[in-house]
Write a protein that binds this ligand. Structure first.
Ligand SMILES: Nc1ncnc2c1ncn2[C@@H]1O[C@H](COP(=O)(O)OP(=O)(O)O)[C@@H](O)[C@H]1O
Ligand SMILES: [Mg+2]
Length: 265
């Protein structure tokens, strides 16, 4: 089965070997059909971890691999959705979604069909002709997600894609993201600072503690799958199990100290 793996990965920025590690001994495997969220304080290395998985940067030690082969750079099977939408504002919504397909050499008719399909999947079928600058923040993020999925990626890597949205739009986006994840059969990696978002969406949530970034807790979850099976989202989020898991994650985030040696001293 296709999987994207980080094995005993450490990361230092720059060439100074004495510089503190940003990530230390991270092992994480994402399979298609899984949804892993990474939460942790600002500066704990979440974006660095996603950039390693995307192939934008290489680890200082350890291995990043996909389907058993080393990852040596970005690739179309790993689509990325950024925190700030990375759309071309003067181009139409449809052109933005179709752009990666154009770059991949797909014929015009095929890329139009595919782009229209994913625009409909994110509820923007009527907006294809508009320039991106006319859309709201939530709509832009939906265009970014449609663009990512249009290339049929095996993995969808998202760095706080909903961070700038208001609470109501976020809740709607959660339900949409779960449906898109199911429809795409991709493995999803989501960086977020919202514990509730992570719990509701994921098949497992990983806590990253800072200084150096390391995994301190992995929490398996099934609320997203139960939502997709028809259960009521508000009832799921008020279950005792959900609230207990939220407290475990919040404690793990609170306990992570900047430097474990400083605590020991
Ligand atoms: N390109 C870079 N060069 C040097 N240091 C960086 C770079 N990117 C991030 N860092 C540092 O690495 C640490 C982790 O950053 P980041 O991965 O962005 O964390 P997070 O996304 O959890 O906030 C921070 O201390 C940050 O300053
Ligand atoms: Mg970040």
């Amino acid at each position: 089965m296709t999987q994207l793996s980080l094995s005993q990965v450490s990361l230092h920025y720059g060439s100074d070997p004495g510089a503190p590690a940003v990530l230390q001994d991270i092992s994480l495997t994402l399979r298609r059909g899984e949804f892993i969220s990474v939460i942790g304080r600002s500066g704990s290395g979440k974006t660095s971890l996603l950039n390693l998985a995307a192939g934008f940067i290489a680890p200082s030690a350890g291995r990043v691999s996909m389907a058993g082969r080393p990852v040596s750079g970005p690739g179309p099977e790993r689509a990325v959705v950024f925190q700030e939408d990375a759309l071309l504002p003067w181009k139409s919504v449809l052109e933005n979604v179709a752009l990666p397909l154009k770059l991949a050499g797909m014929a015009r008719a095929g890329r139009r069909d595919k782009a229209l399909h994913w625009l409909a999947a994110v509820g923007l079928e009527d907006q294809g002709g508009k320039p991106v600058w006319q859309l709201s923040g939530g709509q832009r993020q939906r265009v970014g997600i449609a663009r990512a999925l249009a290339a049929d990626p095996a993995f969808l890597l998202m760095d706080e894609p909903l961070g700038a949205l208001d609470a109501m739009t976020r809740d709607q986006m959660h339900e949409l993201l779960l449906r898109l994840w199911r429809a795409s059969h991709a493995g999803a990696l989501l960086i977020t600072h919202s514990v509730e978002e992570a719990l509701f969406l994921s098949t497992s949530v990983v806590v990253l503690a800072p200084g150096p970034g390391r995994i301190t807790l992995t929490e398996p979850c099934s609320w997203g799958r139960r939502f997709l099976a028809g259960e009521d989202p508000r009832a799921l989020k008020s279950e005792a199990g959900f609230i207990l898991a939220r407290e475990r994650l919040l404690s793990a985030i609170r306990e992570g100290r900047d430097d474990p040696r400083a605590v020991a001293a």
